[in-house]
Design a protein around this ligand. Structure first.
Ligand code: HEC
Length: 198
């Protein structure tokens, strides 16, 4: 009986040692902090946002206009139409920034929606650089007391529709009469602000 008890306790000790070894050196654990570098995280978020916008444009807006003659319109509520991709993008941005300081959005010096102007010193410099280089621009900024890792990714006129709608929009004509977008131009950017611990 005594021997059996000893064997049982030996097995118990061995099992706990095994568990400890696996726990300490086995599978990599999900770290609570700094799992991704901020620029990699921003890149992943950007890829999701870009894909969602493209898919909405292609498989909802374009498809429904062809199959059901349902159009998209800036005044989608009044016209009983689909919201524009830029509006859906903004609605997502507004909803996801309700809790906490993480935020993102479309931005442009030739904005139709004045809330989407480059505001901070960083945003103005970043936007100007993106327009010049056609490449993304990253950096740190402090906004309303919160430190952010911020990136602006170029938003290019990939189709004639981008250019036609913006160039002919009454707000554009009134505010930026001299600005005529061409296909391939950087029309603005996608700004991602990731809050960073001090
Ligand atoms: C049918 C019209 C229409 C089309 C097509 C369109 N846009 Fe827009 N775009 C808008 C409107 C309206 C807004 C403002 C939406 C809002 O926030 O209420 C906007 C917003 C933007 C903004 C943010 C700055 C601003 O003007 O407020 C960017 C950048 C932008 N669009 C780029 C593009 C690109 C790139 C394409 C093509 C892939 C495109 N747009 C296609 C109408 C259009």
């Amino acid at each position: 009986m005594k021997v059996a008890l000893k064997i049982v306790s030996l097995i118990a000790v061995a099992l706990s040692v095994c568990w400890l070894v696996i726990a300490c050196s086995g599978e990599p654990k999900v770290s609570q902090t700094a799992l991704f570098s901020p620029d990699l995280m921003a890149d992943y978020i950007y890829r999701i946002l870009k894909s969602e916008r493209e898919i909405y444009g292609k498989y909802v807006v374009q498809r429904l206009s062809e199959t059901h003659s349902i159009q998209s319109s800036e005044n989608w509520e009044r016209d009983n139409a689909l919201p524009l991709p830029a509006q859906v993008f903004r609605m997502g941005a507004e909803l996801s920034s309700q809790k906490g300081s993480f935020n993102y959005g479309l931005i442009s010096p030739w904005n139709l929606n004045e809330n989407q102007a480059p505001k901070t010193e960083f945003e103005q410099k970043a936007m100007a650089t993106v327009l010049e280089t056609k490449l993304l621009y990253k950096g740190y900024q402090t906004k309303d007391g919160q430190k952010y890792f911020s990136v602006i990714y170029p938003d290019k006129a990939v189709t004639q529709a981008c250019v036609d709608c913006h160039n002919n929009h009454p707000v554009h004509k009134q505010r930026y009469p001299d600005k005529v977008f061409q296909v391939g131009d950087v029309m603005g950017g996608i700004l991602i602000n990731l809050p960073i611990e001090e």
